[in-house]
Design a binder for this molecule. Structure first.
Ligand SMILES: *Cc1c(COP(=O)(O)O)cnc(C)c1O
Length: 427
């Protein structure tokens, strides 16, 4: 496919349309107008898209399927996911506090982490979360002193099935050489099961495995499921959680499996391996729910032409609102939301405003011709691991987040201010 093609519509949120001005509308809102109203950079989330993906996840797995909040968390997001019947998976006391503040009931919260602090464990046990996911022998030692035989704490045991998912090394987690979980192959997973079963204050509800993130190949999940099943079946436990990790398309021409296909593939593999139908099969998608639900709107501030070398187009955000390119070398598309259907013949380097040469959003961005200072440029599929990984590098304030639906835009996270930056200063 020619690289100068317009952005593929399938990368945009579900309610996206082009209005009579040629502008992108999401949720019935003209995003060019949203940029005027709320300023830039701005994350725009399609609420309908979020609801549809949560519903799809709830249908594809059994009750207990959770939204992985680390991909994008705000009170509005947590309550939306919970309202669609999803549990919320948290990986720190901070994420747990936000989910609870959103009104999510503790018995719908699953608590993860490879190094939970004593305070975090006490917090989770006190509020009575649905499950604590046990990650290490040190954690078993810590939790043993906190639990109460009269009110056993429900746990899942996180294991590494020994599958190498085909994804970036930093987001691969299912292989033997991992900081997460107990190895099935070495026997430490079985040892952990025996220890937990000997503890009267613990109820071992099931087994958990997460093989990695942005996994495109559904057969990796099926393979992991087969290995897990062999370990799981003899234990006679109630729940098997296959984690998250389903990949999404970020670029024109990429295709990813749907949540429905992922669920069917995992369930099929578990059934084939002999896991009884009475077992609850759950999962924890993050990216697959939120990534394509949002775009980021930036405004172009500076253009530098280097004849014979390249053109740099600098926008008002960068690695502070999207660190994925610098962390993982992730690719994105760029487009002009004021002329969504335009061909994109010009190749530019789309960069941010940070004092760092690596602050690149798209190294070779195809954009419409004549992009000028003051224009908007947008990146699609930025709903996951953008805002949640945002930083204050260079003391740049974090963008605002709006949810759009039925022609209405509501601010769910306001733009950070200089006073917010000052709030931590003690002297
Ligand atoms: C990160 C993570 C997820 C979510 O991963 P996605 O790739 O966003 O679906 C789910 N479970 C665990 C344990 C994780 O660490």
């Amino acid at each position: 496919m020619p690289v100068s093609d317009p952005l593929e519509f399938s990368l945009l949120p579900l309610t996206s349309t082009v209005n009579e001005h040629g502008h992108l509308d999401i949720g019935g809102c003209d995003v060019v107008a949203l940029a005027e109203q709320f300023g830039t950079p701005l994350f725009v989330y399609d609420e309908h898209h979020l609801h549809m993906k949560c519903q799809e996840a709830a249908r594809a797995f059994d009750d207990g399927v959770a939204f992985a909040s680390k991909s994008f968390l705000s009170r509005a997001m947590a309550s939306l996911a919970a309202s669609e019947g999803l549990c919320i998976d948290v990986a720190s006391g901070g994420e747990m506090a936000v989910a609870l503040a959103a009104g999510v009931s503790a018995d719908r919260i699953v608590f993860h982490g490879n190094n939970k602090s004593l305070d975090e464990l006490v917090y989770a046990i006190t509020v009575k979360v649905r499950h604590i996911v046990i990650d290490s022998f040190d954690e078993i030692d810590r939790i043993e002193r906190l639990v109460d035989a009269a009110q056993p704490t429900s746990v899942l045991l996180r294991v590494t099935p020994g599958v190498e998912a085909h994804t970036h090394e930093f987001i691969r987690t299912g292989q033997e050489d991992s900081k997460f979980g107990f190895s099935v192959a070495s026997g430490s997973a079985l040892q952990a099961v025996e220890r937990l079963r000997s503890m009267p204050g613990i109820h071992l509800a099931g087994i958990h495995a997460h093989i990695g993130s942005q996994v495109f190949d559904v057969s990796s999940f099926a393979e992991a499921a087969g290995i897990l099943a062999a370990f799981f079946i003899p234990l006679g436990l109630d729940e098997l959680c296959v984690g998250g990790g389903l990949g999404v398309a970020y670029l024109n021409g990429e295709r990813a499996a749907t949540i429905t296909e992922w669920g069917a593939s995992v369930r099929g593999a578990l059934r084939d391996a002999g896991v009884p139908d009475t077992v609850k099969v759950t999962a924890e998608p993050g990216r697959a729910i939120v990534a394509a639900a949002a775009i980021t709107l930036y405004r172009v501030g500076t253009i530098k032409y280097l004849p014979g070398i390249r053109t740099y187009v600098a926008v008002d955000g960068g690695m502070s609102d999207n660190p994925r390119p610098i962390l993982y070398g992730s690719g994105y598309e760029a487009f002009d939301p004021a002329r969504v259907l335009a061909p994109r013949p010009d190749c530019v380097r789309l960069v941010g405003k940070h004092c760092e040469s690596g602050d690149v959003i798209v190294p070779d961005a195809q954009v419409p011709d004549g992009i000028a200072v003051g224009d908007l440029l947008a990146t699609p599929v930025t709903g996951a691991y953008g805002y949640s990984m945002a930083s204050n590098y260079n003391r740049v304030t974090r963008p605002a987040v709006v949810f759009v639906r039925d022609g209405q835009a509501r601010l769910v996270l306001r733009r950070e201010t200089d006073e917010d930056l000052m709030a931590l200063e003690v002297e």
